[in-house]
Design a protein around this ligand. Sequence first.
Ligand code: URA
Length: 237
Amino acid sequence: MRLDKWITTQVFISRKDLKKKLRTTPAIVNGVPVHDPGFQIQQTDEIIFEGKRLGGSQEVYYLFHKPKGVVCATTDNVSDTVFSIVPQTPKKDLFTIGRLDKDTEGLLLITNDGSFSHAMLSPKRHVAKTYYLKTKKEIPAEAVEQFSKGVDIGDEKDTLPAKLEILEDGHSALLTITEGRFHQVKRMMEKAGAPLFYLKRISMGDFVLEDELPIGEYRTLREDELELVKKYKGDTL
Ligand code: URA
């Protein structure tokens, strides 16, 4: 793998800025200073950048703007997977925190940190997930109250209370749920009599998909978001 590609999987810096930086601050590869961003590195190389040792054992966190048509799986015979866009770490241990359906767009967190994933997905924590959705039929106003009480979508238990905010056009809404049941939003909207034709996740807990991150692109978490990671992992439940 190229040196610059590897460093950007480990450090929050763009490839462009990294190229500039390497001109003055070389990476140290197995003790030797390297300025060339295209330098080919091996999995076993020791790489030090700005005084920090980078390595596969380090935890990595990405926020990905998942496009439609991409599946949250390691391999798939038919469709592109998230990992054909977000490169695996050399140790190949990245996974998605929960899943989005093939047709759903939006925020997907990707990491190799099992305890962070557990903190985000644990059913006890009720981490809120907000979706923007569009429907062909008008969304009935009664759905707001129904969802706030919990609805029967064919599972053993009704859903937990959810917040539905119908937008001005009457055919789109923001829906916040605190569970992660299979096809949950799809099934809730079917139950409300307004089946989905577009679904996008815009936030998960305190992690928000910003407008600036183009669809199909990903970035490493910012410093303030890494603090949130610590917070979620530290919360005891
Ligand atoms: N609910 C759904 O129905 N689909 C998703 O992708 C996520 C939540």
